[in-house]
Design a protein around this ligand. Sequence first.
Ligand code: CS2
Ligand code: MG
Length: 420
Amino acid sequence: MTDDALAVGEITEGIEKERIITAARVVVCSPGRNFVTLVVETRGGVVGIGDATLNGRELAVATYLEEHVCPNLVGRDAANIEDIWQFLYRGAYWRRGAVTMSAIAAVDTALWDIKGKMAGMPLYQLLGGRSRDRVLVYGHANGRDIEHTVDEVERYIGLGYKAIRAQTGVPGLESAYGVSGDKMFYEPADAALPSEQRWDTRAYLNHIPRLFAALRERIGFGPALLHDGHHRMTPLEAGRLGKALEPFDLFWLEDATPAENQESFRLIREHTTTPLAVGEIFNSIHDCRELIQNQLIDYIRATVVHAGGITHLRRIADLAGLYQVRTGCHGATDLSPVCMGAALHFDTWVPNFGIQEYMRHTEATDDVFPHDYAFEDGYLYCGESPGHGVTFDEKLAARYPYEPRQLPIARLEDGTVWNW
Ligand code: CS2
Ligand code: MG
């Protein structure tokens, strides 16, 4: 009997024994920041790893995996990626949600890693091969004021970046989203219980166009510039900012307004031609279906770890491709190098690629997750080793135990909780 003839999900004597999953375990470590990593082992000794990190809620995903997912994996055929995905999604009955989808993503990523290793092929080859030579990335420049931010953007240009996200402090506000002391390794999850920050949208709206005017004045129109609104504006306010930024040719304005109500992006669209990006907190194709089908966005930011792995992200990208929406995968430091490695293979294959976010991980993180992707002159290159090309030094990871950390919250001047 050939493998193809086997009923899916059925464990029979006929399955190639080496593909049977013999163990699945979760490791939480904190080499600079917290990461949740799933390790899947097969009888043949091939090991796959997946990222399950959900910033500030790490242990929820770790427990979901340990208690409800790992026991279901042992004994299954690691080759049946699609069937295992459907089993974990439909089989849970409780669909979607960041915790569930991050857990499914970790399994999916580990299984693609195993399939690549067994085939002796890098992941992008399994997806359909190369659509491009290299992956355009954007880095994060930020400063306490406009002058400082412009200097930082210039520094990123000096490092080779062709696309740079610019965030700046706002007069009258003690802190602003995206502005930090450490200019290479931004980490917002800063305390065991959430720190609180004041927010004032009017001050922000009056200030940001000045930043981009100063930037274009200094650096010209060569480098691409991006900005993240981090869900702080109403649709009308976002429309106003987008319009004000039009002369400065933004690559995108990100997370202009929260997207639970996908229809709200229509109001922004009616007021500006600044390209819109959204989706880093999406976990399902249903979170972005209307945004894509109504052409209310230009870039979809969903990525491997929070959107159900390669298997589901591919579906989102295919839907987006029908409407000329391009990808712009989330790539903050709270997504581990495992997610970045998998995302780079996805980016190398996906036909409707836009850009990839790239925030560098600390040296300690890179030591725990040795990888074969590399940055050069504004681009990332995925490696050629089989699977996604990222490994996990579990021994070293054990030296960095979990540290409770949560993301901050934002409040308006009168104390009202706002979107962070
Ligand atoms: C941000 C993230 O990278 C981005 O665009 O919005 O840094 C986000 O704040 C973090 O991923 C939250 O965990
Ligand atoms: Mg963002």
